[in-house]
Write a new protein. Structure first.
Length: 317
């Protein structure tokens, strides 16, 4: 698992390994590029707006206080019909987008210069991979956690009997939350069960995970904060922001996690079942009434945002 984690962090830096693409001296700021995404924490939305401005673009991206989760992002884009770009989401949503499931959303033909560098993570001519994001289980190894004890599970669901406090997510919806729930239910798969193909014991375990897990409202919106503050011993978080979060951990805690690439007071829970991953993509929407010049600006932004340099910086937010 530790080796896999290092690979995950490396992938954040090199999934698109072309040279840095920018506006190449041309100012596209006259057109406001409307973006929809579920990868839109306040910090990330603010960073992207500022970075895009410095690169010669003007963007509009709602943070997760307005649009939260992949379902909300897709619904808003479909209802508002004003989107230029959509990024993030997951394989299921992108398959639906590319295949025309949504009445008002059509992904236009587009191929970035870095298209050949993203491996299998692409819908040729339509959407291209930005990042492979894992859902990870983390724990503190200091006196606020296991005090040196190593945590290893056969299944994700074993957390409910680990003997330590754990964070549970604040809602059922959203890609990350759904993957965590699926991971908890995985060992209880039973095709013969009338309870949705999951044994009754599985649903009881998920209930216990939610009922006995710790949750602190908006202050604990994501699993990193309670672990970083020492309020819980075990938590879950997504890989794409972990490096940057640990790097800045001391800014929001008196007992911060230390060691981004070489953990000092935290570690990954070794889980035999492995970890779920989400491949996130970017695509350009075929927006009615957009001029050729405006479309050129949108393509230039997508080229810039998907570049190795921009994605490396984005991965730290």
């Amino acid at each position: 698992m530790k080796k896999a984690f290092s690979v995950v962090l490396a992938l954040l830096m090199v999934l698109s390994v072309c040279t840095f693409a920018s506006a190449e001296g041309k100012d596209y700021s006259g057109y406001t590029i409307r973006i929809y995404s579920n990868s839109n924490s306040t910090e990330r939305a603010t960073w992207l707006e500022n970075a895009a401005k410095a690169a010669g673009f003007t963007i509009s991206l709602d943070d997760n206080s307005v649009i939260s989760g992949d379902t909300a992002a897709i619904q808003a884009a479909n209802e508002n019909k004003d989107g230029d770009i959509i990024f993030g989401l997951n394989e299921t949503r992108w398959s639906q987008l590319v295949n025309g499931t949504y009445e008002n959303l059509k992904v236009m033909d587009w191929t970035p210069t870095w298209a050949d560098e993203v491996g299998e993570y692409k819908y040729d001519g339509k959407a291209y991979g930005l990042v492979i994001q894992n859902v990870l289980m983390l724990y503190r190894t200091d006196e606020l956690g296991t005090n040196g004890e190593t945590l290893s599970f056969e299944h994700w669901a074993d957390i409910v009997d680990c003997g330590y406090t754990w964070y549970r997510q604040n809602k059922v919806g959203g890609t990350t939350n759904a993957n965590i729930n699926s991971a908890m239910l995985y060992p209880f798969t039973d095709p013969a069960s009338p309870a949705g193909g999951i044994s009754v014991d599985g649903w009881k375990t998920l209930w216990k995970y939610c009922a006995e897990g710790k949750f602190g409202g908006d202050d604990w919106k994501y699993g990193f904060d309670p672990l970083n503050k020492g309020d819980v011993a075990v938590s879950t978080f997504y890989s794409s922001s972990l490096y940057g979060k640990i790097d800045a951990a001391a800014e929001s805690s008196e007992h911060p996690l230390k060691g981004a690439m070489t953990p000092e007071n935290w570690d990954l829970v070794e889980i035999d079942d492995g970890t779920y991953y989400i491949a996130e993509y970017i695509g350009i929407l075929d927006k009615a009434g957009r001029t050729e010049e405006e479309t050129e600006a949108v393509k230039a932004f997508a080229e810039w945002f998907g570049s190795a340099e921009t994605q490396a910086a984005w991965g730290e937010e």
